[in-house]
Design a protein around this ligand. Structure first.
Ligand code: SF4
Ligand SMILES: [Zn+2]
Ligand SMILES: [Zn+2]
Length: 335
């Protein structure tokens, strides 16, 4: 089959758009989608200058998603002195798994010449995921501990590194799965939280309203002072395309699955979405378009949520409780 745009041989077919693309046109189409998302989310604020650049910290796990994200952003902003990229890798203490993906991170950061920091659960919290799984004092899935610890370190170090934005490599499949899980669990507050944390654009809402003649304002996020704002510039690109991109460019990405991976429900949703996408191409895109619009509305509706934020008694991080979730998990692990 020939490429839809030229007469070279196609390396992929996107059923949701009908396009068959050759290697060059496929790579270009991924770059274009990421750049469009960066623009549409107003990721680079207008105040950024070569003298006062923005720092974007990328959560660099060494998996294909974060490696592709880092690569595309580097290619895009290499010549732009208004943006400085920093890679931040979290080492969970998982034997044989993170060690190898850490190598991939180091290789990539060296190759493109960006600053790279590594922080570990061991050094920060005195625990390793391998031991947490053994102990399991709360009788939970490994990922439930791990996610809390990772979020904590990403926020803490993004702030330490002077980040203006914290970027993660979530792709279209990840986001559509999360959206569907929030729907199926009926968790409206979680939809608002998801939106505020990482969806929608950064522009001033008032400005957008007055400049938008249709009267329908694009949904943008609330200004949160407490956290470094997050964004997911890869969220329009399906997982398989991210994998193909990494493969075609031979990027240093590590692909083995974590031995503690235990998200059974997410796996079920993933299979459901595969089936839907096959019979109804474009399902993931339409889920996300509707979800984002809805998330913006719900977020405005629940506008007073952030008023309850306070400082954790133990570590001082921002939380809605007296002691944050990370500190209470660490407490039960040391008991
Ligand atoms: S799969 Fe779960 S346990 Fe493994 S690194 Fe990811 S969150 Fe942590
Ligand atoms: Zn082509
Ligand atoms: Zn705490």
């Amino acid at each position: 089959m020939d490429c839809t745009k030229c007469d070279r041989e196609a390396v992929m077919h996107a059923a949701y758009s009908g396009a068959h693309l050759c290697e060059a046109h496929f790579l270009e189409s991924v770059d274009r989608r990421v750049r469009k998302r960066v623009r549409e989310d107003s990721l680079l604020s207008e105040g950024a200058t070569p003298e006062d650049p923005e720092t974007w910290v990328i959560g660099l796990s060494g998996g294909k998603d974060s490696v592709v994200l880092t690569h595309v952003l580097h290619e895009t902003f290499e010549e732009d002195p208004r943006v400085e990229l920093v890679g931040l890798t979290i080492h969970e203490g998982i034997e044989g798994y993170r060690d190898r993906s850490l190598d991939a991170c180091v290789e990539l950061a060296e190759e493109i010449g960006i600053r790279h920091e590594v922080v570990s659960y061991g050094e920060e919290f005195g625990v390793r995921m391998d031991d947490v799984v053994e102990d399991d004092p709360e009788n939970m899935a490994a990922c439930a501990y791990c996610g809390v610890f990772r979020r904590d370190l990403l926020s803490k170090y993004a702030e330490k590194l002077g980040a203006d934005k914290l970027l993660t490599g979530h792709n279209l499949d990840d986001e559509a799965q999360t959206a569907l899980m929030n729907f199926l669990e009926g968790d409206v507050a979680q939809i608002a939280k998801h939106f505020d944390a990482s969806l929608g654009g950064f522009e001033e809402r008032e400005e957008l309203r007055s400049s938008n003649e249709s009267g329908r304002s694009p949904r943008t996020r609330k200004e949160g002072e407490a956290f470094v704002p997050r964004a997911k510039p890869l969220r329009d690109v399906p997982e398989k395309e991210v994998a193909l991109y990494a493969h075609l460019l031979d990027l240093p990405a590590h692909i083995t699955e974590c031995p503690h991976s235990s998200e059974a429900y997410r796996g079920e949703i993933q299979r459901l979405l595969y089936g839907l996408e096959e019979n109804h191409p474009g399902t993931r895109h339409s889920i996300m378009a509707g979800y984002e619009e809805l998330g913006g509305i719900v977020s405005e509706e629940l506008d007073d949520r952030s008023a309850d934020l306070k400082e954790c008694e133990r570590c001082g991080s921002t939380t809605t409780r007296d002691v944050c979730r990370k500190c209470s998990l660490l407490e039960s692990l040391s008991a």
